[in-house]
Design a protein. Structure first.
Length: 655
């Protein structure tokens, strides 16, 4: 049996009408299982361009994956992948460099490749052409890169490999879009008769994918095929690939021999798996926690208010237990007291320690599993714990709900990083699954406010002071960016020097408040000596928060994808400038007010010639961290306006 978009299907196949166009270019009907490589057709050699996607530098002729599951519980299964690419132009030769991912969970093996040259030569991928680099040694994750030999326009390259895996709890989706236009993309699942399975197809691009299911004596083959697949546009600040691309996910629901031990039947079965028992899972980690609980009661002994007790416990776990590794949701196989005594734990383990300590001081909480917004949204309709990569604690204190992340030393109680805001969070300690959406910091809560006071002397010397206050996510970005105070001061001095052209920045001071998500910077400044005697003094009106680059120049009629900005925020600059007799303002920026659905720009300029004073106030607010495609025109207009205004200057000249 199979499930597509939540409805059970029989073994009958769906119509495959319309597949002939692209398949006619291919003689390939199998996968990389055969010892011989699939033959290349005359049509593929003759292909020089695509009428439905002109100017493509290369085209993927076939991208095919076959999932082969072991009939023996616990034995390795594998995914076989075959890819064939035709290089059309000189620009397309860069696709002869290929990068693949490997890990201790999905192990890349049996890599082979060949280049077919227009003159008839066939060059095998040499063994020394493959390079492996680690990007996460804690979880043994690596990038495998290789360069196909002598790739030129007109060449056809093909490569194949297998990815072995042991666990059926973390299925990987198969994507249909890629960097290149693709003639045929096919995903085949060979399911042994011993499994109940489910397939989940999600196509936000509207791509037509044809499903075909056939039953055999040994099991079932279900395949998904898409033709003439256009690549996703490479547009600035686009939403994550996983949110945009059409994908199908195969899931093993249960083994028929063990129907009472479901694998991915529902989120409740996932909860039960992670909670575990006295031999594994979160229950095992919590089994020995006496020392952990005693430490919590010691911290809270003199604190009466529940919220204050929770804050004290949170701060201790955050600051006294080092965060190990890149994160993840696996609880590991060590008891809580072992982690407590070692003072080191993963993200999930720190969440367990925090929950145990909150419980010890009578604060109710649950573990929550979620994922970074910047990697793709969690889909609760798809029962797949592989979507989840982050662990939080959700505390209920005096009628309020707080989402806590003790793994990040820059976060205070109840604060989250921008990547974990506005995401779906699965509570782990419930009898049945319950989802909550994490809160989102409004624009006013993540702000930058800069105030500059400058005075011009009679001889052209310019002196003054500045103050910058960061709150919310802006403060989170800046907090503890260097291990020592001297390095923090040096970093801010360098940044201010770049943001205040023509001025020397001195006497920088910084105050950081983690709990309040606040950073304040003070400094003095003066005009450079070599420029002090000039008859003209230019100043950037919006410094030090000027925006000089516009990533959103693509016309609205051509933008196809939504924009992910990171977070909503507000940026205010206030400039007070005074000058002596003998000087006048020659140029001043204009006042401006632009209000759109995604944000606004308000610039006010007040000139007092008699009092020899000028004040500038510029406020730029983005009300949304994510901008839908239909709202892109407002973002396009707003960003163009702010970049244009920020290029304006105040110019003082001698009379």
């Amino acid at each position: 049996m199979g499930v597509l978009m939540g409805s059970w299907r029989s073994g009958r196949s769906r119509s495959a009408a319309g597949l002939g166009t692209a398949l006619g270019l291919l003689l390939v009907v199998g996968t990389a299982t055969a010892a011989d490589w699939p033959p290349i057709s005359d049509q593929e050699w003759q292909l020089e361009s695509l009428d439905w996607y002109p100017n493509a530098p290369a085209v993927t002729l076939l991208h095919e994956g076959t999932l082969r599951l072991s009939r023996i519980s616990g034995a390795s299964s594998h995914l076989e992948v075959y890819t064939r690419i035709k290089v059309l132009t000189e620009e397309g030769t860069r696709f002869g460099t290929v990068t693949l991912l490997s890990s201790d969970v999905w192990r890349l093996r049996d890599l082979e490749g060949r280049t077919h040259l227009p003159d008839g030569r066939v060059l095998e991928l040499p063994e020394n052409a493959t390079f492996t680099s680690m990007y996460s040694p804690y979880y043994t994750r690596s990038v495998v890169a290789f360069v196909m030999p002598e790739v030129v326009p007109g060449a056809i390259i093909e490569f194949r490999y297998r990815r072995y895996f042991d666990s059926l709890y973390f299925p990987e989706p198969w994507f249909f879009e890629s960097q290149l236009p693709t003639l045929v993309n096919r995903y085949v699942c060979d399911v042994p008769e011993s499994y109940y399975y489910d397939t989940h197809l999600h196509c936000p691009t509207g791509l037509e994918v044809v499903e075909e299911t056939r039953d055999y004596v040994a099991g079932t083959r279900v395949s998904f095929t898409a033709e003439r697949v256009a690549p996703l546009p490479d547009e600035p600040a686009r939403a994550p690939f996983g949110d945009l691309a059409c994908r199908v996910t195969y899931r093993t629901v249960a083994e028929k021999a063990h129907p009472r031990n479901p694998i991915l039947t529902s989120w409740r079965s996932v909860l039960l798996h992670f909670l575990g028992d006295d031999r594994s899972g979160f229950t095992w980690v919590r089994a020995k926690a006496g020392a952990t609980r005693r430490q919590a009661r010691k911290l809270a002994a003199a604190i009466e208010a529940p919220l204050a007790r929770a804050e004290a416990v949170f701060a201790w776990v955050r600051d006294q237990v080092a965060t190990r590794g890149p994160g993840g949701i696996a609880p590991g196989d060590e008891h809580a007291d072992t982690l407590f005594k070692r003072r080191e734990a993963t993200m999930a383990q720190k969440a367990i320690l925090l929950q145990l300590m909150l419980d010890a001081v009578d604060v109710e909480s649950s573990l929550g599993l979620t994922a970074s917004r910047f990697k793709g949204r969690v889909d609760p309709a798809l029962v797949d714990p592989g979507q989840l990569d982050s662990a939080l604690v959700v505390a209920e204190v005096e009628g309020a709900t707080y989402f806590l992340d003790p793994s990040d030393s820059r976060l205070g109680f109840g604060h989250l990083s921008p990547e974990l805001e506005g995401v779906e969070c699965l509570l782990l300690d419930q009898r049945k699954e319950r989802w909550l959406t994490t809160p989102v910091t409004p624009a006013a809560g993540s702000s930058r406010q800069a105030r500059l006071r400058l005075e011009l002397g009679a001889e052209g010397e310019l002196t003054g002071s500045g103050n910058l206050v960061l709150s919310g996510h802006h403060a989170w970005r800046a907090l503890r960016v260097r291990p020592t105070r001297d390095e923090t001061l040096a970093l801010w001095s360098a940044w201010l020097g770049r943001q205040l052209p023509g001025l020397i920045v001195e006497q920088v001071q910084v105050e950081e408040e983690v709990e309040a998500r606040r950073v304040e910077v003070w400094w003095t400044m003066r005009r450079r000596v070599e420029e002090a005697l000039a008859d003209e003094v230019p100043l950037v009106a919006s410094a030090p928060l000027s925006l000089t680059e516009n990533p959103f120049t693509l016309p609205p009629e051509r933008r196809r994808l939504p924009v992910l900005l990171g977070f909503a925020d507000s940026n205010r600059v206030e400039l007070e400038l005074s000058w002596p007799t003998g000087w006048v303002v020659d140029v001043a920026p204009p006042a401006l007010s632009l209000d759109t659905a995604v944000g606004e720009l308000v610039a006010a300029v007040t000139l007092d010639p008699g009092g020899r004073r000028l004040s500038v106030s510029r406020v730029f607010t983005l009300e949304q961290g994510e901008v839908a495609t239909e709202s892109y025109a407002d973002l396009h207009r707003l960003w163009a306006a702010i970049v244009a205004w920020d290029s304006e200057a105040v110019v003082l000249v001698r009379e």
